[in-house]
Ligand binder design. Structure first.
Ligand SMILES: [Zn+2]
Length: 356
C-alpha cells in the first residue's frame, strides 16, 4: 500500500482557492530532459518540495500539479517513493501566472477547476461568471468529527446534523466557486463529496481546515474552527471576506423553525449579511411557494464562532431536524441544493451591496 502523505491542502499558499486547482489544457511545450526530479519522502507535500528546491510555491504550485498530475495521490498529495518533476524555472510565460506575480486584469482565469472535496460526480466545476470575483468565503458546517450535532429521526433512521449541514455547505461552496469566489471549507470530509441521497450515512472522519482532527470538547472544537478562519483571514488580508456558519437545529418535533440567521452584536457587516440572506429567502419563498409563508428571522446572538472570528459572519440554522416539514428541506437532495442556491444568491447580493 502506498502511504498517502501530507496533502497539498495542508499548506497555506496552495489554499488560496479552497484547495488546489488543476488547470486544464495548458500547453507547456518544453523539452523533457531539462526537468529536475525529486523523490517524495515521508512528510513531503508539494509546497514543501517546491520550497526545499528553491521554488516559490505561489508561483510554481500549479505548474507542478500540471506537470505531475498523473502521479499525484488524492487531493494532490505526493506519494512516498514516487519521482516528480520540478517545473522549469523559465516556464512562467507558458504557465498561468499567479495573482501575486501578474496584474489582475490581464490574467486569464481558468474556466474549469477540479476540487476533489466535492466527490467524483461534482469534482469538476465550470466557472460561469465572475459575480463573486474578489470575494473570499469561509464556510463552516456545524459539528463534525466525533460530534454529530443534533440528531433527528425519520422512518426509523437517524438524521445527523453534521452530515446534512455539510452537504448543504459543500453545495454552497461549489455554487460560489462557479461565480468566481475563493472558498475555504473549514470542516472537511475526505471522502464524502456532495451526496445525492436522502439519508446521509453518519461518519466521524471530518477534519478541521487544513486537516486537523476535531476534538470532542465543544469549546476546543469551536476554538479550532475559529482559529482556522482567523489564520486564513490574515493570509487574505485586504480582501473582501465573509464567514458563513451553517447548522441545523433540533427542537421539539412540533416546532417548525424555518431558516434563521444570526449575527454578532455590533457587527454592521454581519447584520447586513444576515438581513440580505433573509430577504433573499423571503423573495425566493414568495416566488416559489407563495402560499407557504416564511417565518425566518434575523437576530443577534452570542455565539462563540461568530463572536470570535475576525471576518464579518453569519450563523444560519437551516431548520429543525425533528420537524416533519423542515426535514423535507434536508432529506430531499434537490431541496438541499435549492437552499444552497438561495444562500449563494444572497451572498452575491451582499457582495454587491458591500463593494458599492
Ligand atoms: Zn449545531
Amino acid at each position: 500500500m502506498f502511504q498517502i502523505i501530507k496533502s497539498a491542502f495542508s499548506n497555506q499558499h496552495s489554499l488560496k482557492i479552497l484547495s488546489v486547482a488543476i488547470f486544464f489544457s495548458l500547453c507547456i511545450h518544453l523539452p523533457a530532459q531539462e526537468y529536475q526530479t525529486v523523490k517524495a519522502a515521508k512528510g513531503d507535500g508539494i509546497y514543501s518540495v517546491l520550497k526545499k528546491n528553491g521554488y516559490s510555491p505561489a508561483q510554481f504550485l500549479n505548474p507542478f500539479i500540471e506537470l505531475n498530475k498523473s502521479k499525484l495521490g488524492k487531493d494532490n498529495t505526493l506519494i512516498i517513493g514516487r519521482t516528480y518533476r520540478l517545473p522549469l524555472k523559465d516556464t512562467t510565460t507558458s504557465a498561468i501566472p499567479n495573482k501575486v506575480s501578474a496584474p489582475e486584469k490581464i490574467q486569464p482565469k481558468p474556466k474549469k477547476l477540479v476540487y476533489e472535496i466535492f466527490g467524483s460526480k461534482y469534482r469538476e466545476i465550470t466557472v460561469k461568471n465572475q459575480d463573486l470575483d474578489g470575494a473570499t468565503y469561509y464556510l463552516m458546517s456545524g459539528h463534525g468529527g466525533p460530534d454529530p450535532g443534533a440528531i433527528g429521526k425519520l422512518n426509523g433512521r437517524l438524521l445527523c446534523e453534521d452530515e446534512y449541514a455539510y452537504d448543504v455547505t459543500l453545495r454552497l461552496a461549489r455554487g460560489l466557486i462557479e461565480c468566481g469566489a475563493a472558498v475555504y471549507m473549514i470542516i472537511r470530509d475526505p471522502n464524502d463529496g456532495i451526496r445525492d441521497e436522502s439519508f446521509l450515512t453518519p461518519d466521524k472522519d471530518e477534519v478541521c481546515y487544513p486537516d486537523n482532527e476535531i476534538p470532542l470538547s465543544q469549546l476546543a472544537r469551536l476554538q479550532q474552527g475559529t482559529e482556522a478562519v482567523n489564520q486564513l483571514h490574515t493570509l487574505n488580508k485586504n480582501k473582501f471576506q465573509r464567514l458563513v456558519v451553517i447548522h441545523v437545529d433540533s427542537r421539539s418535533t412540533k416546532e417548525n423553525i424555518d431558516v434563521f440567521f444570526y449575527h454578532d452584536k455590533g457587527s454592521n457587516s454581519g447584520k447586513r449579511l444576515a438581513n440580505t440572506l433573509m430577504q433573499t429567502f423571503m423573495q425566493k419563498y414568495a416566488t416559489h411557494q407563495p402560499n407557504r409563508g416564511y417565518n425566518g428571522s434575523v437576530s443577534e446572538r452570542n455565539l462563540y464562532v461568530i463572536k470570535n472570528s475576525i471576518p464579518p459572519s453569519v450563523f444560519i440554522e437551516l431548520g429543525n431536524i425533528n420537524h416533519t416539514r423542515d426535514q423535507q428541506r434536508f432529506i430531499i437532495p434537490d431541496n438541499r441544493q435549492a437552499v444552497a442556491n438561495w444562500l449563494r444568491d444572497g451572498l452575491i447580493e451582499d457582495y454587491k451591496k458591500s463593494i458599492k
